[in-house]
Write a protein that binds this ligand. Structure first.
Ligand SMILES: [Fe+2]
Length: 137
């Protein structure tokens, strides 16, 4: 079962960014599946590490795009990214310290909520800026 289903409302109208967001939700869905099937700690730790790596990659690509278009709200946007990376790093450390299942539960709930909110509120703002200024990225 998937905890997250992609819907067009999550699209920021930038194909590459949408593909990153889809991949992030795929990873979170996989974490949820592992948790549901009682996977061992090592499998969960491995996928949380994948989520952390991919999130870092995605955020840095998104930030490059915002720099390219001189996006005025880049600082506050970047701060949200820093906070989420800090949270994921905390989760990753807890998972390695024997709390893998607990972290998987947290990520399936708080992690999904954070991603949805970030896309729908914060990412949507640069989408509006791009549209309002007729920019191409
Ligand atoms: Fe973002």
């Amino acid at each position: 079962m998937a905890i997250f289903e992609w819907d067009n409302k999550y699209s920021v109208n930038i194909a590459i960014i949408d593909s990153h967001h889809k991949k992030l939700f795929d990873i979170v869905n996989n974490i949820y599946d592992l948790m549901e099937h009682g996977a061992d700690d090592d499998s969960i730790i491995k996928i949380i590490s994948e989520l952390l790596d991919y999130t870092n990659y995605h955020f840095s690509e998104e930030e490059k795009m915002m720099e390219k278009i001189n996006y005025p709200d880049i600082s506050s946007h970047k701060r949200e990214h820093v906070d989420f990376i800090a949270l994921l790093t905390e989760y990753f450390d807890s998972a390695k310290n024997g709390k893998a299942i607990f972290v998987a539960v947290k990520l399936s709930d708080a992690g999904v909520t954070w991603l949805k909110n970030h896309i729908l509120t914060t990412d949507t703002k640069y989408q509006k800026y791009i549209a309002a200024n007729n920019l191409t990225v």
